[in-house]
Design a protein around this ligand. Structure first.
Ligand code: SAH
Length: 484
């Protein structure tokens, strides 16, 4: 049993109101708010007040309710399931509450928790699924904030999924023995192709998938691999879709750059496989990763392949998709916030800026053959902002190539390490400073230990518009030759 402070003063329950009468005493804005909430249900509303506003009347009548225009009388409570005192006047509300209590009808009094038999929760409606949030009258605003988060998290079609399940329930009970097999069926029903199709707005395909799941061969549905962008590091920069898939996955295959907190969002019993990718340290080769994904998908697993940032930006997703395609394994990509835009956000740096920067180049200092001398430098015409990934060890050559391509040595540069993470730091200077710092570090003159923090280099005139108040000057110590 929880200790005294953790015990609730209320018992959450859902009151049946379909076809039953719910009384609302009051005709103003408080009453309207209650009738709006009741309109989410199948209750028959009975509004009693000497004067009833037109919006309130229309809403009550539209839902099959009735409006009685006079003062409240105790007789109005006949046959009523629940009552709301919302007259806007204290004495009148108190009279309604007393009459209700005498009649044995549970009552809620607006803004008077001490007179309430029950509280009204903040509601997330995915009929027939409902989530009700209560702070037991202490913090309605808090409850609303929580509701907003749950609203965002629960797909619109959650209700449709519940109804589809209901339509299969009898058949499932006939076809599958209770216990393990039935549980497995429902597990796959709610987190598999059936749900995916519904969430994608394709109810007919969802039904077909459900039938296939029920009649299909034992061994279950085919596996699926999602290539999911984990964002730059901050947990709350993960997309809602990524979060949902993480909670549904059987297996999570992740890179070193993906923070532990994001990996931890998966199901507790999910298998987690780290495929390394620390520069210099041993890690699985890309071929091994491709083979792993193909094997897991082939075993019928639901796999989330979690990658830093966006999977399609220097994420080698192309090779993984090709391998999955060749093996006939279903796959899809979930985008993520890529490092360049996360770094720009941290600096309030407009990557494009009218009259200053009209194009944006995502470039890398490395490719499959190791260092790439930036052949892309020519692309970075004047007026471009250049975001360099994996550029630390080649920063000097990147800088020189850009100058050769026509960039001014005074062009501003910002380097963001660990963008969006708690240990984010920024260094800033000019293109000339970048070259000097990188060359010093390549010579090892500073003797500092190289670190492995991911760094994104942004170069271009737009950098001058950024907020660099927290930046330190570009230093050789941090642009070491060993780091990524
Ligand atoms: N797919 C990733 C990029 C992977 S390549 C994305 O879209 O962001 C790895 C490079 O990304 C690192 O060398 C670094 O340049 C950059 N990077 C990734 N996360 C970063 C972060 N939080 N801060 C700065 N740079 C980052």
């Amino acid at each position: 049993m929880p200790d005294a402070r953790e015990r609730l003063s209320v018992f959450p329950a859902f009151h049946k109101v379909a076809g039953r009468c719910v009384l609302v005493a009051g005709g103003g804005s408080e009453a309207l708010a209650k009738v709006r909430l009741l309109a989410e249900t199948e209750a028959e509303v009975r509004v009693v007040a000497p004067a009833v506003g037109p919006a309130l009347r229309a809403l009550a009548v539209a839902g099959g309710g009735s409006v009685i225009e006079r003062d409240f009388r105790a007789g109005d409570l006949a046959g009523v399931a629940l009552a709301f005192a919302a007259t806007g006047e204290e004495a009148a509300d108190r009279a309604v509450a007393e009459a209700a209590r005498a009649a044995g009808v549970p009552v809620n009094v607006v803004d008077r928790p001490e007179l309430c038999d029950f509280y009204v929760p903040a509601l997330v409606n995915r009929a027939p699924v409902a989530v009700a949030i209560s702070s037991a009258g202490t913090g309605p605003v808090l409850a609303r904030h929580i509701r907003a988060r749950i609203e965002a998290m629960l797909p619109r079609e959650t209700g449709a999924l519940a109804r589809l399940a209901e339509s299969f329930r009898a058949t499932v009970a006939r076809v599958l023995p209770p216990g393990e097999a039935r549980l497995r069926f429902w597990g796959r029903f709610f987190a598999g192709p059936v749900a995916d199709r519904l969430y994608a707005g394709r109810p007919d395909e969802a039904r077909a998938e459900a039938a296939r799941l029920l009649n299909g061969p034992e061994g279950g549905p085919a596996g699926f691999v999602w290539l999911v962008g984990a964002g730059p590091g901050a947990e709350d920069l993960l997309t809602l879709r990524a979060q949902r898939l993480l909670q549904e996955a059987d297996v999570i295959v992740h890179d070193r750059l993906v923070p532990q907190a994001v990996v931890a969002m998966g199901r507790r019993d999910a298998l987690r496989i780290s495929v390394g990718k620390a520069k210099g340290a041993h890690s699985a080769t890309q071929d091994e990763i491709n083979a792993l994904l193909v094997r897991l998908g082939g075993e019928g697993r639901r796999v989330v392949r979690l990658k830093a940032g966006d999977p399609l930006v220097f994420g080698r997703a192309g090779e993984e998709m090709a391998a999955l395609q060749a093996a006939g394994i279903g796959h899809a990509v979930v985008p993520g916030v890529t490092a360049a835009v996360a770094a720009a956000a941290s600096l309030a740096l407009p990557l494009t800026l009218r009259g200053v920067a009209s194009s944006l180049v995502f470039a890398t200092g490395h490719d499959r053959d190791g260092e790439t001398l930036p052949g892309w430098a020519g692309l970075a015409l004047s007026g471009a902002t250049v975001a360099v990934y994996m550029g630390r060890s080649v920063a000097g050559r990147v800088g020189r190539a850009l100058i050769a391509a026509g960039f001014d040595a005074a062009t501003p540069v910002a380097v963001v390490f660990n963008a969006s993470r708690d240990d984010e730091r920024v260094e800033a200077g000019s293109l000339a400073d970048l070259i000097a710092a990188a060359d010093l570090s390549a010579a090892g003159s500073d003797g500092a230990a190289p670190d492995q923090d991911p760094a994104l280099i942004i170069i271009g005139k737009a950098v001058a518009a950024a907020d660099l108040s927290a930046a330190r000057p570009l230093r050789a110590a941090t642009l070491s030759a060993v780091a990524a």
